[in-house]
Design a protein around this ligand. Sequence first.
Ligand code: ADP
Ligand code: MG
Length: 307
Amino acid sequence: MDEFDIIAKYFAPLAGEGAFGLKDDAALVPTRAGHDLVVTTDTISEGVDFFAFDPSDAIAQKALRVNLSDLAAKGAQAAYYLLNLSLPHSISESWLAGFAQGLARDQETFAISLLGGDTGATDGPLCIALTAFGFVPKGTMVKRSGARLGDAVYVTGTIGDSGGGLAIFKREKHILNEADRDHLIARYRVPQPPVEFAGALRAVAHASVDVSDGLIADLAHIAAASGVRIVVEGEAVPLSPPLRALWGDDALLRAVVAGDDYQIAFTAPPGLEGPFTCIGRVEAGEGAELLIAGRKTVLPSGGYRHF
Ligand code: ADP
Ligand code: MG
């Protein structure tokens, strides 16, 4: 199969409005009156963000969802995406079929469609660059820079599960209970960004970030952009039972630097209740820090960095 056969067979069926069946040089992005278009891009690479042996449908879902997480953290509703593939020559048709199936399933789940992309071969590892487009009512995108003194800090979901799954793959740690192991590996393979929370987030959040590099590192991004200090109470950070089973007393310190969570951390007025947990507060100063039993904690690492 050459790239035109691949596009026609596997990707054209995923094309939506504005994509012209992937038979033109470019796509049109249908705009929405009274809305801003929000754009984000993220690349995942074999050996860094997933393993070559991961199922191809899960790899497709991860490529998509790490972007949907960014859109959700901005309060945007996802609509379209572009897909750029660098495929090793060894890629098989069954791999591609699984990959397209993973995309199709998530297009259904998240009500999004494919606008276009590029397909090429590489002598290097598999690399998937994906660009996602979403919409927010004009002027309502939630930025990193809006945190206010006196805000509380909240996070959706649980933190560190994906990092636990990765540690299991890297044989850094064993876990005896199969259900716990499956839970953590599933979180590593297929992120569960809280996309349904985007609208409520817009209504309450002053600043927001998706947790991809590590909870404390990402909150430090809000702190820097907003010119404030963020303090997290370690005891309040939501950890799943499987993660506690994996790491025991180390769970919290592992979780807050693990990354790959694709949950949303945000600041908003104190006292809110919803599908999120209050974990800290915004103060005057700079940086983000973790308190355990009220004391400042030195973290084992500053979060994930590529270089
Ligand atoms: P060009 O001649 O500009 O390189 P291509 O032949 O690469 O164009 O692409 C033809 C069409 O197929 C375009 O509409 C492009 O957006 C689409 N396309 C190519 N690769 C992909 C892909 N991986 N996913 C989605 N659409 C793709
Ligand atoms: Mg091209």
